[in-house]
Write a protein that binds this ligand. Structure first.
Ligand SMILES: Nc1ncnc2c1ncn2[C@@H]1O[C@H](COP(=O)(O)OP(=O)(O)OP(=O)(O)O)[C@@H](O)[C@H]1O
Ligand SMILES: [Mg+2]
Length: 369
């Protein structure tokens, strides 16, 4: 075992401390293994505490290789990752990746204030009541959010558990791909990290990642995650609807959806399908907003921030803004990064940016070597 694992990394930067300040820290590769595509990203730190983007790219996930966050065909996935790394001429081997789905439980619990060491001892028995799996079958991690006040000797603790079997499947697969996993994260926290690395956590924001098969909603308020929810809705729904409505195969439907193939006469019907699906997404967003508003009435949300391939759907941001009455932005995780325009095409970067949010968040995790 080459590292104390798995370090299910929670928002790991201690509050108030900055990642760098003069001192450069080594970074690992960020790898987002999505059900539609695998995304990779590599940064270096600049002396000024910023980031330089060295490499990024994506490759399609082999069909049926993954289900609800678990790998079904690790051999095929390892092959795709190895060739992606090779094509991008990435030399680094250390990699941060994230997990999500039924095998990952994220819960905020409220406990008496304890020292880190006491918490470490106590957390196991505490966790048992919140985790629907045998406690011996999961990797556990926690972070004290230090929400205690002077008069209140209780604090919120973020608890994360992930099934060993699923995480170990990823670790074996990554080693087969020739990489060295050093950080295991959770999708929602990696996204938060990407946002924080660019814009800090001053505003109260709703981060919404719309992937192919899931939508993740993470409300950050007062610098911490107050609600993190995975919903089994995503952009693949649209492809499937276009496929069945017009009797097309997957590739044809995908091309129509992304605009690679002009819609022509089919446009009105495709727009109708878009509106129908996007309304379901909006309903989920509104549900989360209502829940938040009733629990945190004094900390209104400033804006919604969209990422994932779904965020690239033309007109989606405006649609959500209209339906929720909130400002909506598309997340650019490279907003503050330097890069060499000879090596990375700015137009490609701009187009793919929202889809790379998770990979970028993973790639900006500080790693202890
Ligand atoms: N320009 C575009 N317009 C519309 N949809 C797009 C566009 N580009 C990509 N997509 C869609 O985005 C989805 C892929 O997004 P993403 O890479 O975020 O998913 P993923 O991370 O693989 O999936 P998940 O997180 O759900 O496992 C696909 O369904 C794809 O069709
Ligand atoms: Mg994804």
């Amino acid at each position: 075992m080459d590292f104390k694992l798995p370090n299910l990394h929670l928002p790991s930067r201690p509050k108030g401390s900055s990642l760098s300040f003069g001192k450069k820290q080594p970074l690992s590769l960020g790898l987002d293994i999505g059900s539609h595509s695998i995304k990779i990203c590599e940064f270096a730190q600049t002396g000024r505490g910023g980031y330089r983007l060295l490499a990024l790219g994506s490759a399609l996930m082999p069909p049926d290789a993954m289900e609800d966050g678990a790998l079904l065909d690790p051999g095929a996935v390892a092959k795709v990752i190895a060739s992606l790394v090779g094509n991008l001429k990435i030399k680094g081997k250390r990699v941060a990746f994230s997990v999500s789905g039924y095998s990952v439980i994220v819960k905020k619990i409220n406990l008496e204030v304890m020292t880190e060491a006491e918490l470490e001892k106590h957390i196991h028995e505490e966790a048992e009541q919140y985790i629907p799996f045998d406690i011996n079958d999961v990797y556990l991690d926690f972070q004290d959010l230090h929400t205690n006040t002077e008069g209140e000797e209780r604090t919120d603790v973020m608890l994360v558990a992930a099934k060993r079997e699923v995480v170990d499947g990823y670790l074996d697969m990554l080693r087969t791909a020739g990489l060295k996993p050093v950080v295991v994260d959770v999708d929602a926290f990696a996204l938060e990290n990407a946002f924080e690395a660019n814009f800090g956590l001053r505003d109260n924001v709703v981060l919404i990642d719309i992937g192919a098969s899931k939508m993740n909603i993470n409300i950050i308020s007062g610098g911490i995650s107050t609600l993190a929810r995975d919903v089994v809705l995503g952009s693949r729904q649209l492809t499937e609807q276009i496929q069945s409505r017009f009797g097309l195969n997957h590739e044809e439907a995908e091309a129509l959806k992304t605009g690679a193939q002009p819609a022509g006469d089919l446009r009105p019907e495709i727009e109708r399908l878009f509106a129908e699906t996007c309304r379901q997404w909006v309903a989920e967003i509104k549900r989360a907003l209502d829940f938040y508003a009733s629990n945190y009435p004094d900390a209104p949300i400033d804006k919604l921030v969209l990422s994932g391939g779904g965020a690239r759907i033309a007109g989606l941001a405006d649609f959500i803004a209209k339906e929720t009455g909130m400002p909506v932005e598309i997340f650019n995780p490279f907003a503050e990064a330097e890069f060499n325009t000879d090596a990375i095409d700015p137009a490609y970067l701009e187009a793919i940016a929202p889809q790379m949010a998770l990979a970028a968040g993973l790639a900006t995790r500080p790693v202890e070597f």
